[in-house]
Design a protein around this ligand. Structure first.
Ligand code: T5A
Length: 220
């Protein structure tokens, strides 16, 4: 069984496919926790530090793709190591709640579906993460077509074209969804699957229920 963080804070990661509602729900959970007087750090991957955000831009633009999936995996790991070292571990040491949009399971599902060997994923994960392991991982699950449609609609309002991963085939996204669900089945003590194909309020309530159920003694 995988160990959770032994640090004083609480570490919750949000995972799932494109447009599954992670960013939206992280903001809502952060508001609820802050409303109860908790110190909350909201962050994301790849990113969360200047260096990791630079790596994010490089990867999501597609510029790293010609290097191949193993090199891309190492870039994700380098970004994660910096993020853990400078942001996540210090916050957990202070006793804060850390809510992170994507983390280790995105590497397992995305780079795993790109054919990167599980032993390489495992080694890099150990180096980058160390003791800062999530206490709870919420996997927001919904049919891939609906998530991609949501991501596209949101983008038409604000940002530019689809990123390097969004552009991939439905079959590839489906494989990632299957991998997220397999992780949840393998690690039920850490992971909860949330039905993300519901209203914003229903998803928010399901998440709050899971947080209270799993980390009950900490949510006053
Ligand atoms: N990646 C990342 C890897 O390959 N390996 C790794 O190790 C890591 C860390 C990151 C990319 O990098 C890859 C995975 C990704 O492809 P990103 O831009 O951070 O890129 O991509 P996403 O995390 O997928 O971000 P999205 O913004 O696309 O998705 P979210 O955050 O899940 O969705 P959100 O909250 O922005 O919602 C999308 C839209 O849907 C609406 C929202 O209002 C918004 O418009 N929405 C709903 N509409 C109806 N009903 C609901 N319940 C809704 N919930 C949200």
């Amino acid at each position: 069984m995988e160990m959770t963080s032994q640090l004083p804070g609480h570490f919750i990661t949000f995972e799932g496919g494109e447009g599954s509602g992670k960013s939206t729900q992280i903001r809502r959970l952060a508001d609820r926790l802050r409303g109860r007087g908790h110190d909350v750090v909201v962050t994301r991957e790849p990113g969360g530090t200047d260096l990791a955000e630079a790596i994010r831009s490089f990867i999501l633009s597609g510029a790293a793709e010609p290097l191949g999936p193993e090199a891309e995996t190492m870039l994700f790991a380098a970004a994660r190591a910096d993020h853990v070292e400078r942001v996540i571990r210090p916050a957990l040491q202070r006793g804060d709640w850390v809510l992170c949009d994507r983390f280790i399971d995105s590497t397992r599902a995305y780079q795993g579906s790109d054919g990167v060997d599980a032993s390489l994923l495992d080694s890099l994960e150990k180096i980058a993460v160390g003791e800062a392991r999530p206490d709870l991982t919420l996997i927001l699950d919904l049919p891939v077509e609906i998530g991609l449609d949501r991501a596209q609609r949101r983008r038409s309002g604000e940002e530019g074209p689809a990123d390097r991963f969004e552009r991939e085939t439905i079959e590839r996204h489906q494989r990632r969804r299957d991998l997220f669900l397999a992780i949840a089945a393998r690690e039920p003590e850490r992971c909860v699957v949330i039905d993300a194909n519901q209203s914003l309020e229903q998803v928010e309530d399901a998440i709050w229920h899971s947080v209270r159920q799993r980390l009950n003694e900490s949510v006053n």
